[in-house]
Design a protein around this ligand. Structure first.
Ligand code: SAH
Ligand code: CA
Length: 265
């Protein structure tokens, strides 16, 4: 079980390309990829910057921008969802018409606000995080956006909350969308429960499934401690999702990799 230390929190982070840049053959330069909100696995910084400046920032909701800027000042800011991924989630949720949703791993709430802005006024997000303080950093921006009423925040580890939900039959097959962005060593535990809580045809997004590109590094390659620690879990998740016939999947190289799973049985 992860603890609330910066290290443990960073372990669940959306990692930057900094690590990859420090790895074998990936180039020497410290790039803009390593800055907050400039995270991508794209090999060209210019191309990523182009996407942000052309299509993302000009269309970013002002409260999302505010929340992103508040987050940038926080010491664990590498964990935040990037602006392009936030835009992706927002559009995705509208496309699937999600109404009842869940988020595991809130941090300061960038993906949470992207979700809250996408769902209808009577839509709901059950948001879970072991850390309430960080959520409260972003909360003023969420309130300003007029969407805080859609959010029910639960402080504490997510797994017991899922088990509690499962005790109530009416929760089974009731969620349209779940964004999983917390402790990677629990993803498979979450998955087993979510396969009962999400409706058939509903969607689960697992974040950071490319784990800073480390999934293709040799085991003895230099890696940050938290990258190395969670790498095996991410490799295991990716294999398990690919082999799971309860879902159709699509792994996208957005942000740090997001695997979309549509429940089919
Ligand atoms: N989606 C967020 C980023 C989440 S970072 C965003 O858009 O900014 C990962 C978060 O998972 C951290 O805030 C961490 O506190 C939380 N976390 C770690 N272990 C957890 C657990 N067992 N249950 C719930 N949240 C957890
Ligand atoms: Ca993430």
């Amino acid at each position: 079980m992860a603890t609330a230390t910066p290290e443990a929190a960073a372990a669940t982070a959306t990692a930057t390309a900094e690590q990859t840049n420090g790895g074998a053959g990936a180039g020497e330069q410290k790039t803009r990829h390593s800055e907050v909100g400039h995270k991508s696995l794209l090999k060209s910084d210019e191309l990523y910057q182009y996407i942000l400046e052309t299509s993302v920032y000009p269309r970013e909701h002002e409260c999302m921008k505010e929340l992103r800027e508040v987050t940038a000042k926080h010491p664990w800011n590498l964990m935040t969802t990037s602006a392009d991924e936030g835009q992706f989630l927002n559009l995705l949720l509208k496309l699937i018409g999600a109404k009842k949703t869940m988020e595991i791993g809130v941090y300061t709430g960038y993906s949470l606000l992207a979700t809250a802005l996408a769902i209808p006024d009577d839509g709901t997000i059950l948001a879970m995080d072991i850390n309430r303080e960080n959520y409260e950093l972003g909360l003023p921006s969420i309130e300003k956006a007029g969407v805080a009423h859609k959010i029910e925040f639960r402080e504490g580890p997510a797994l017991p909350v899922l088990d509690q939900l499962l005790e109530e039959e009416s929760n089974h097959g009731s969620f349209d969308f779940v964004f999983v962005d917390a402790d990677k060593d629990n993803y498979l535990n979450y998955h087993e429960r979510l396969m009962k809580l999400v409706r058939i045809g509903g969607l689960v997004g697992y974040d950071n499934t490319l784990w800073n590109g480390s999934v293709v590094l040799p085991a003895d390659a230099p890696m940050r401690k938290y990258i190395r620690y969670y790498r095996d879990f991410v490799l295991e998740i990716n294999k398990a999702l690919a082999a799971d016939d309860r879902v159709e999947i699509c792994q996208l190289p957005v942000g740090d990799g997001i695997t979309l799973c549509r429940r089919v049985k």
